[in-house]
Write a protein that binds this ligand. Sequence first.
Ligand code: SAM
Length: 218
Amino acid sequence: MTDPALDLQEQKMQFIYALRSKGVIDQRVLAAMERMDRGHFVRGTFEERAYEDTPLPIACGQTISQPSVVGLMTQALEVGPRDKVLEVGTGSGYQAAILSLLARRVYTIERHRRLVRETQALFQRLDLTNVTAMAGDGSFGLPDQAPFDRIIVTAAAEDPPGPLLAQLKIGGIMIVPVGQSDAVQSLIKVTRNDDGFDYEELRPVRFVPLLEGLGKEA
Ligand code: SAM
């Protein structure tokens, strides 16, 4: 008979192995992803698939992203322990929870109130005190807390949203998937310098659309 505890441990080892084999090599990112159990962020019948390298459905018709994509985006963000980070697209809260282990302060915005409520409760249960989830249209950013050292968008925009570019510090980095929602999109790394912005295309990705400019949550 399979020892269920050992089975879970094996699944978690496979999880980290899959991250490494897909190019997540930053030790801080790997350690954070090993520590932040994805099982907390997947509910119902999908719980038993929490350690597969695949996106999974969550409430409100949304998804928790594929772990290796979360790892690669986090790695590209180059988060330091003194950074203030904004995430747009809280979803399950998984990406924000990983960022909370790497950054000084994390704010995450989600347009579905139900997802925000569930995430707030989970952050409290996990005792994550440096991350705040709030409801709203994240395409406007969070002017009250700007500027940010790092911004990560986990839904696909047609272009990097202007308000988010404006809220990025000089020297700051933004990671954002760009492209049409029904096509393969490109993950873009935007770096703000003294004169403007540098854009680097990282890899093809597939995300749900960033609903922009609605000005209100669902
Ligand atoms: N980062 C999430 C995680 O770790 O589970 C996955 C995010 S999911 C792929 C994209 C999320 O972006 C969805 O929950 C969606 O509701 C949200 N979203 C789309 N447009 C938005 C907007 N304008 N403002 C805030 N959230 C938005």
